[in-house]
Unconditional design. Structure first.
Length: 321
């Protein structure tokens, strides 16, 4: 991808390094209104795909009795921190389909959140699929399969009916064909689209009319942001502070946001670092006229020296102006 400088790392008054990346914002019609880099190039959205995957599950399962709404639907969209309520929620989704945690095929892992991981290790617990940040999504995938009478042993196969439906849903809301299929960190298929398509999809979800399944996903995420991320997570802080906004972080420096007015934002930090993602997102939202005063603490990231802030990661001039 063609990336440009989107964030600067300052140590005191010395520019120590930069983060390159690509950023795009679309309006309610899906037209690009801001671009840095080449947002038409394709990328794996990684976990930023999860709200679109959750939409596919609803489209497949609601008419067949899939009971997925509220905080549990938010959990299906989550890269959760592995706090106790996250894990219990994933098990509740499985139980609703008559399944146990042994049905999960996501990668065994420790909790993602620092505090949750520390508590987990202090209890002497080991890695397991239910603690993995994608366990809510996998539990919801399995529940969707049960509702439809589909096999659960191969639910991660790209040719499985669930994954075929997921691909079609992503293509529908992104407004473009999937360009590449890979394997995500959790083992599920991951579908590559352009960052422009990702921004467009998030804008459509966030502004969908009441009563639609898209609105159901967006409402769950914004109403239960703790279930999408967790304690201390920037994605949770954004949705908690900005009414109607949906936000989802993804591995390898991806972030996507949808506004209730229909605008969408997507970005990728070229080096895959998560350090600059929130800084860039807040700068873009500010450029779009969003009141970000309640998330000003996300507008920069401290650069430390001997345990204290001696500088900051800031948006580049191209974004700050």
């Amino acid at each position: 991808m063609g990336h440009e400088v989107v964030a600067e790392v300052w140590r005191g008054d010395f520019l120590e390094s930069v983060h390159h990346g690509t950023v795009v914002a679309t309006d309610a019609s899906g037209t690009t209104v801001l671009e840095i880099g080449r947002p038409g190039d394709v990328a794996f959205p990684r976990s930023s795909n999860k709200p679109l995957q959750a939409l596919a599950m609803l489209r497949c399962g609601i008419s067949r009795g899939l009971d997925l709404d509220g905080e549990l639907l938010a959990l299906a969209c989550a890269s959760h921190s592995g706090e106790d309520f996250h894990v219990e929620g994933a098990l509740k989704i499985l139980a609703s389909a008559g399944l146990g945690e042994d049905a999960l095929q996501c990668t065994p892992d420790l909790p993602l959140g620092e505090d949750a991981r520390a508590q987990h290790l202090a209890r002497g617990l080991a890695a397991a699929p239910k603690y993995m940040n994608c366990s809510g999504k996998h539990a919801a995938m399995l529940a969707t399969c049960v509702a439809n009478g589909w096999s659960i042993e191969d639910y991660l196969d790209p040719t499985h009916p669930l994954q075929v439906a997921t691909r079609k849903t992503i293509e529908d809301v992104a407004g473009e064909p999937v360009a590449q299929v890979g394997v995500d960190g959790c083992g599920a298929p991951i579908f590559a689209i352009s960052l422009t398509g990702l921004a467009r999809a998030f804008g459509r979800l966030a502004s969908a009319p009441a009563g639609t399944l898209e609105h159901r996903v967006a409402t769950a995420m914004n109403t239960y942001p703790q279930w999408v991320g967790g304690t201390g997570r920037d994605v949770t802080a954004l949705m908690d502070a900005l009414p109607g906004v949906i936000a989802k972080d993804g591995a390898e420096g991806v972030y996507a946001v949808g506004l209730p007015t229909g605008e969408g934002v997507a970005l990728k930090i070229a080096d895959g670092s998560s350090r600059a993602r929130a800084v860039v997102i807040v700068a873009v939202l500010k450029r779009l006229g969003v009141d970000v005063s309640k998330v000003e603490d996300l507008a920069t990231v401290p650069v430390l020296g001997h345990g204290r802030a001696v500088g900051a990661v800031k948006p580049s001039l191209a974004l700050a102006c």
